[in-house]
Design a protein around this ligand. Sequence first.
Ligand SMILES: C[S@@+](CC[C@H](N)C(=O)[O-])C[C@H]1O[C@@H](n2cnc3c(N)ncnc32)[C@H](O)[C@@H]1O
Length: 251
Amino acid sequence: MQVIQGDVLKCDLPYFDICVANIPYQISSPLTFKLLSHRPIFRCAVIMFQREFAMRLVAQPGDTLYCRLSVNVQLLSRVSHLLKVGRNNFRPPPKVDSSVVRIEPRKPLPPVSFKEWDGLVRICFNRKNKTLGSLFKQKRVLELLEKNYKTMQSLQLAQDPETGEEKMSPDDVALLANMVEDLSMETSDEKEDDDMEMDDSDAADGRASFKEKIMGILQQGDFAEKRSSKLSQVDFLYLLSLFNKAGIHFS
Ligand SMILES: C[S@@+](CC[C@H](N)C(=O)[O-])C[C@H]1O[C@@H](n2cnc3c(N)ncnc32)[C@H](O)[C@@H]1O
């Protein structure tokens, strides 16, 4: 047996196939994504988390705690709740309850670029109870997508629907380890709604047709009136494929 002493977030992990851990809860998110980006990928992890974090990991569409953390972790793995561990199992009792969760990485990973995926779900979960139609009408979102669209066109890198989508590479997944800071336990719906929808004056500067293009894609998949809080992994993958086929990219 090899014992490694050090900060698990900073040290290079060796090959392992099973991870069993009782962790400090403040590293839940970075550790989860560090494990999921580790290669070769492990077989199974059984980890105790703070109850609310655990419930976010396993939350399904329609559950109150369903969020970006849920869709990102579930894109990469199957997660199941194994056991509740109440605070009174400890002396002295901590302030929070715990749960033990099993994480089994998907093999193979879904055929999607994680950068693209993350770009899409960031927009969709910015306000998970708003309709996608209303989220994608925001000036900030349209400007970002149009900028990406023009860049891709000028570089002639727009994906040809016949040649297929980019695939998720191990390097791509490794990005996960660096994007965990805002996958916290706060609900983004509590944020101030400071985004402007594009109004008529914006139409004058030529963005109207791009907005129509985006709305057309949403309507094509019957997404305009839907809300992220109710959409499954398959829905998001389908939506991403519709956008990519139309030359709209999120990274
Ligand atoms: C919840 S305790 C679990 C202790 C022991 N494994 C057990 O099950 O009784 C978490 C342990 O992780 C250690 N720890 C905290 N941050 C760490 C980090 N970044 N890397 C490695 N260990 C860490 C703490 O010092 C503490 O001993």
